[in-house]
Design a protein around this ligand. Structure first.
Ligand code: FES
Length: 323
């Protein structure tokens, strides 16, 4: 059995147990949110030993160079000595400045926070020292506030608290913004395809705003999908934005349109995107939402000509990144 050492403490792992589970069993409180390799809340840094490659999936080149890894994805095969990095010192205090219910499912909150970010990255809001939830950032840094679209859940650890308890002017703790799904200004004339379901619209609307603010002049196609029309949101804002910017093409999509509301596409994104975008050579692609949709479309986009390094994805799950 490999020897696993957290700072000065030996950790015993049982069969099929990951490092996060082993740490928690040993009484170490690890900051975490998703347990699925998405939020990066459980990040650690190896001091000695080798890191299983799966524990570094989704990390930036810089994070990998610094020997960072995710404890919830780490099944060590050899000796490993490490420390946790998502400590209290790295967090920033954020102040709630606006809160608005957008529809039956989505709460919009805006915070002032002294952090650096790119629209589309995510932050973790910590409800306690070790428990938090990750949310994608829907605003561009030049807007001066961090906007999040929170899926409203009756017993949600953070969502319920944000909606019903935290008052304007109240504070919470943010982790530094992380994630590599954000607008890359390398080719401002490149066509961009943005596809999202539910609060997957949050990172997309942020990426869109940042792209427009940074002078992107290639065509931008935005598809925002929901089951039924009442679950779509930001329709007026995005329609208005598309009227102002000729290069922006906005398509709200629903699975069902019982009252035949106008100006909505009806169907499934995994069918609609291939029908409407048969060729995706040179496109920048951003896919955000439920994993099955994201995986199918990622494969489609690659086989239709987009380079793998130009396809950015963000999958959402109840415990993972939301909004
Ligand atoms: S708890 Fe490990 S990445 Fe979210």
């Amino acid at each position: 059995m490999p020897t696993i050492t957290y700072e000065n403490q030996q950790i015993t792992l049982h069969d099929q147990q990951n490092l996060l589970e082993g740490l928690e069993q040993a009484g170490v409180e690890v900051p975490c949110s998703c347990s699925s390799g998405v939020c990066q809340g459980c990040m650690a840094q190896a001091l000695k030993g080798s890191i299983p490659p799966a524990a570094q999936i989704g990390l930036s080149a810089n994070q990998r160079r610094l020997n960072y890894f995710l404890t919830c994805q780490c099944y060590p095969k050899s000796d490993l000595h490490f420390t946790l990095t998502n400590n209290l010192e790295s967090r920033a205090t954020a102040t709630l400045v606006e809160k608005r219910v957008l529809n039956q499912r989505v709460l919009m909150v805006r915070f002032k926070a002294d952090i650096d970010w790119r629209a589309g990255q995510h932050v973790i809001i910590w409800r306690t020292e070790t428990r938090g939830r990750a949310y994608s950032i829907a605003s561009s840094p030049d807007e001066g506030y961090v906007e999040l679209h929170v899926r409203r859940r009756p017993n949600g650890l953070v969502s319920h608290w944000l909606e019903h308890e935290l008052e304007l002017g109240g504070h919470c703790q943010f982790s530094p913004a992380t994630g590599d799904t954000y607008y890359s200004p390398a080719m401002p004339g490149q066509p961009v395809l943005l596809v999202g379901t539910g609060t997957g619209l949050a990172p997309l609307s942020g990426i869109l705003r940042q792209a427009l603010n940074e002078g992107h002049h290639g065509d931008i196609y935005l598809y925002a999908a929901a089951g039924e029309p009442q679950y779509l949101y930001l329709l007026d804002e995005l329609t208005e934005l598309a009227q102002k910017h000729q290069a922006l093409h906005f398509f709200p999509v629903v699975h069902r349109n019982p009252d035949q509301q106008p100006n909505l596409l009806e169907g499934d994104l995994v069918d609609l995107i291939p029908q409407r975008h048969p060729k995706l050579r040179r496109h920048l692609v951003y896919l955000c939402g439920a994993q099955p949709m994201v995986e199918v479309l990622k494969e489609y986009c690659f086989y239709s000509g987009a380079l793998m390094e130009d396809i950015f994805v963000k999958t959402f799950s109840p415990g993972g990144v939301g909004g």
